[in-house]
Design a binder for this molecule. Structure first.
Ligand code: PLP
Length: 386
């Protein structure tokens, strides 16, 4: 492979730290996870971070927590607005919890939810909007937050693809009532597998901590308000208060998170430098539509959509990339509506023009925190003759 999608960012420090955990024989969630959570929350200027086993489980636990919150919990049948493009596990917990999905199209150039379409889609029944900042590019989060606040709608950010992106110097993943991140291998920082939930809400924080851990009270103080303790230790040791899961991370994940988080600012700098080169090479190339930044993208990858105004066939482009050893993938998961699994969803689709173009004419190539100048020039040269 001449130009792959990802490269490992684990150095000696990560490997040494993992060895220390192995030698300690303490693998289950403990000190390292707790320290990583604290440092992650601090980095993003939020009150609480809860680590789980993946970005998908972050979405699952976060949705569950909204059903058990005090005040005004979500209920079965509530309407949730989602973008047409995202990863499948943005949508699954919504179906599994009986929410009613309303799909809104994305903008062709930014690939994020079109705010005008969102405005039109909001109804009296809308309880929540889920934003997905696609491949590093933050949604118009300030505008969407204002819209949600003025309509009494919950904002949930699935920020699994855009750690480090900002809108007006505020991090994506800090605008929502609840926000999720992935630390899977190919993401902005890696804990091998892993995910986090960020929130400023105390009640949601405790709910997420219990739900990720069997719906148990272990580690949850009575001051959380989630339960009243029994009058003896025997009963208190095994108290189950919520229908939860076991989606805890392990100490190996936690220890990696601490080291990788220290590197995040540096990783973002290199990703952005690569993006400058990519933009210089392709911004004026009318054959392709590349992703236009909203705010400051953390550039997960470089998207290219074959311009529908040309006669170029995507198949021909992909063939060239295959022959040249340039790895590429469908943008995020493509348009979710075009996948077989949609038959299980009872949903409303407002419009799907741009998401379909992204699905049928788009692809992305990799970005990772290594100087990619020569690889990007190679990509440019490869596509020159098309
Ligand atoms: C938008 C979005 N949400 C959720 C996920 C799931 O994250 P994970 O792979 O850590 O389960 C992903 C995965 O990349 C994603 O892109």
């Amino acid at each position: 492979m001449k130009y792959g999608l990802v490269a490992s960012t684990f150095k000696k420090e990560e490997k040494r730290a993992m060895m220390k955990v192995i030698e300690s024989d303490n693998f289950s969630m403990g000190r390292h996870v707790a320290e990583f959570e604290e440092q992650f929350a601090m980095y993003f200027g939020m009150k609480h971070a809860v680590m789980v086993s993946s970005g998908s489980s972050a979405n699952l636990v976060a949705i569950a927590s909204l059903f058990y919150r005090t005040g005004d919990p979500l209920k079965k049948g509530d309407e949730v607005i989602v973008p047409n493009i995202s990863w499948a596990t943005t949508y699954y917990p919504l179906l599994q919890y009986g929410l009613k999905l309303k799909f809104v199209d994305v903008e062709l150039d930014t690939l994020n939810m079109d705010v005008n379409e969102l405005r039109k889609a909001i109804s009296k029944k809308t309880r929540m909007v889920i934003t997905v900042s696609v491949l590093g590019n933050p949604c118009r989060l300030d505008e969407i937050k204002r819209l949600c606040d003025s309509n009494g709608i919950i904002l949930f950010e699935d920020n699994c693809e855009s750690m480090g992106a900002t809108v007006r110097n505020k991090f994506a993943g800090t605008f929502g009532l609840i926000n999720t991140f992935s630390t899977f291998f190919s993401h902005h920082i890696s804990t091998m597998e892993g995910g986090l939930i960020l929130t400023n809400d105390d009640n949601l924080n405790w709910l997420c901590r219990s739900i990720r851990n069997h719906g148990w009270t272990r580690g949850i103080p009575a001051s959380s308000g989630l339960y009243s303790p029994a009058d003896n230790d025997f009963d208190n040791a095994y108290r189950f208060i919520l229908p939860g899961y076991n989606v805890r991370p392990g100490e190996l994940n936690g220890v990696l998170g601490k080291i990788q988080l220290k590197r995040l600012t540096g990783f973002l700098k290199v990703r952005r430098k690569n993006a400058d080169i990519f933009q210089q090479l392709f911004a004026k190339d009318e054959r392709f539509i590349i992703q236009k930044e909203i705010g400051s993208s953390s550039w997960f990858a470089f998207t290219m959509i074959v311009n529908p105004d040309t006669k170029i066939k995507r198949d021909k482009v992909l063939l060239k990339l295959n022959k040249a050893g340039i790895e590429h993938r469908m943008i995020t998961g493509g348009c979710f509506l075009r996948h077989d699994v949609i038959k299980y969803f009872d949903s409303v689709v407002t419009k799907s023009v741009n998401a379909d173009l992204g699905h049928f004419k788009g692809f992305f190539v990799g970005n990772f925190p290594v100087d990619l100048r020569s690889k990007l020039e190679y990509l440019h040269k490869t596509l020159k003759s098309i």
